[in-house]
Design a protein around this ligand. Structure first.
Ligand code: NAP
Length: 400
C-alpha cells in the first residue's frame, strides 16, 4: 500500500475538521494510506491535541503561544512533537508533503500558504484570502515549484470541474452562485439592526464565523469573485454572480458556443475537499447524494448591490489593480472584527470598507506592489489598510 503525506493547516476549523472526517471515512476504501505530516491550529488546544493523538503527525503546531504548555502536556506522553508560534506554523507548512490543505482563516493564512506552495505539493486551497491578497504570485510560485493549486471553495471547485482541466479560451462567462445569506430578503432598514447571532446563522452552510459573517454581507461572494478572476485568469467583466438560495448548483461555466456547464451537489464541504484530495481522480466515497425530485425547485435571482454593496466594492478593488483586493480584504477583516466586538453596526461593515478603499489611492498600491517580495508587499498593504480602516471605525455612524 502506498503512503500519502498530508498536512492540514487550520485543522481545528470547519474545513480542517471536514477534511479529517473525510480522510477518516475514506482511507480504508482506497489503496493509499494517509501519513499526517503536520497539523496546525490557531487557539483550540483541546481539539488540536485530540486530532494529533488520533493521527500522530510528525509535528503539531499551535499558533497561539499561550496554548503550547497544554499542548505539550497532552502530546508528550504519546511521544508526539509540538511547537508554537507563527514561525513554527510556517515551518510546518514548509515540510515536504504530497497534499496540503490550506484552511487557515484570513490574511494569517497567506504566509503559510505561500510556504506550502514552495514545497511543490498539491495545494488544496480553502484560504481564499491568500489568493485574494497575492493570487498571481501564489499561482506562479506553485507552478514554478512543480505544484498544483486545486480550489476547495465549492464555487471554484465547481468551475474547476466544469472546465474539466481545459483552458478558459472558449469560455464566455463564469457564473458564481450565492445562497444570498440570511438577509437575502431584508431591507436596508431591517439590516441596520442585525445582531451578531443573526449574522452568524447561515441558512444553508455550516462554516466558521468569519466566512459566515462575510456570507451575510456578500463580502464572501466579493472575495470569491476576485478569487475566480485570479484562479482562472478571467476578467471580472466575464464573471457574474447569481443568487441561488438552495445552494445545489455550486457554479456554472458558460462557453462561447452557448453550452453552460454546472456542477451540482449537496451543500457539504466534504465533496469539494474530496475533489481536491483525489484530483485528477475521483474518490471512491459514498458522499451524501442529491435527490433532485425531492428538492423539486431550483430558483435564481440577480444580486441586489444596493442592499449588498460589498459585491461592488470587491469589483472596485480589482479595478484598482495590484494589491487593491488585498486592501479590500484587510478593510473587511477590520470591519468584521469591529462588528463582532459591537463597535459598529452591520451596515457599517460595508461603509468602513468603502471609505478605506477610497482612502487608498491606486498610486499607493502600485508603489507597494513594486517592493519585490510578494509577502512583504502584501503585508505592507494589509498593514496600511488596517490602519486606515481602524481610523474609519469611529466615523461609521456618519458613514452608514
Ligand atoms: N467553512 C467552509 O465551509 C468554507 C468554505 C469555503 C472556503 N472556506 C475558507 O476556508 C478558510 C477556513 O474557513 P473555516 O470556515 O474553516 O474557518 P474556521 O472554522 O474559523 O477555522 C479557521 C482555522 O484557522 C485557524 N487559525 C486562525 N488563525 C490562525 C493563525 N493565526 N495561525 C494558524 N491558524 C489559525 C483556526 O484555529 P483555531 O480554531 O484553533 O483558533 C482554525 O483551525 C477561510 O479562508 C474560508 O473563507 C471555508
Amino acid at each position: 500500500m502506498s503512503v500519502r503525506r498530508v498536512s492540514i493547516l487550520g485543522s481545528t476549523g470547519s474545513v480542517g475538521v471536514s477534511t479529517l472526517a473525510l480522510l477518516e471515512e475514506t482511507q480504508s476504501a482506497g489503496s493509499t494510506a494517509v501519513a499526517v505530516e503536520a497539523l496546525v491550529g490557531g487557539r483550540n488546544v483541546a481539539l488540536l491535541a485530540e486530532q494529533a493523538l488520533r493521527w500522530r503527525p510528525k509535528i503539531t503546531v499551535i499558533a497561539d503561544e499561550d496554548g503550547y504548555a497544554e499542548l505539550t502536556d497532552r502530546l508528550r506522553p504519546a511521544g508526539l512533537e509540538a511547537a508554537c508560534g507563527d514561525r513554527a506554523v510556517i515551518e510546518a507548512a514548509s515540510r515536504p508533503a504530497d497534499w496540503v490543505m490550506a484552511a487557515i482563516v484570513g490574511f494569517a493564512g497567506l504566509a503559510p500558504t505561500l510556504a506550502a506552495a514552495r514545497t511543490g505539493a498539491v495545494l488544496a486551497l480553502a484560504n481564499k484570502e491568500s489568493i485574494v491578497c497575492a493570487g498571481p504570485s501564489l499561482l506562479a510560485l506553485a507552478r514554478a515549484c512543480g505544484g498544483h493549486v486545486i480550489p476547495v471553495d465549492s464555487e471554484h471547485s465547481a468551475i474547476f470541474q466544469a472546465l474539466n482541466g481545459g483552458g478558459v479560451e472558449r469560455v464566455s462567462r463564469l457564473i458564481l452562485t450565492a445562497s444570498g445569506g440570511p438577509f437575502r430578503n431584508w431591507s436596508r432598514a431591517q439590516m441596520a439592526g442585525v445582531t451578531l447571532e443573526q449574522a452568524l446563522a447561515h441558512p444553508v452552510w455550516r462554516m466558521g464565523p468569519k466566512i459566515s459573517l462575510d456570507s451575510a454581507t456578500l463580502a464572501n461572494k466579493g472575495l470569491e469573485l476576485i478569487e475566480a478572476s485570479f484562479l482562472f485568469g478571467t476578467p471580472q467583466s466575464q464573471i457574474d454572480v447569481l443568487v441561488h438560495p438552495q445552494s445545489i448548483i455550486h457554479s456554472l461555466v458558460e462557453y462561447q458556443d452557448g453550452s453552460t456547464l454546472a456542477q451540482l451537489g449537496q451543500p457539504d464541504m466534504r465533496t469539494p475537499i474530496a475533489c481536491a484530495y483525489a484530483w485528477p481522480d475521483r474518490l471512491p466515497w459514498r458522499a451524501p447524494r442529491l435527490d433532485l425530485a425531492q428538492i423539486g425547485q431550483l430558483t435564481f435571482e440577480r444580486p441586489d448591490t444596493d442592499r449588498f454593496p460589498m459585491l461592488k466594492h470587491a469589483r472596485e478593488s480589482l479595478d484598482l489593480g495590484g494589491f487593491g483586493p488585498c486592501a479590500f480584504n484587510a478593510a473587511n477583516e477590520v470591519a468584521v472584527g469591529a462588528f463582532v466586538k459591537g463597535q459598529i453596526g452591520f451596515l457599517g461593515i460595508a461603509s468602513v470598507v468603502e471609505a478605506s478603499l477610497d482612502a487608498m489611492s491606486s498610486g499607493a498600491f502600485l508603489a507597494m506592489a513594486s517592493t519585490g517580495d510578494v509577502l512583504d508587499a502584501a503585508k505592507q498593504v494589509d498593514f496600511e489598510t488596517r490602519r486606515i480602516a481602524k481610523a474609519k471605525l469611529s466615523l461609521t455612524d456618519a458613514l452608514i
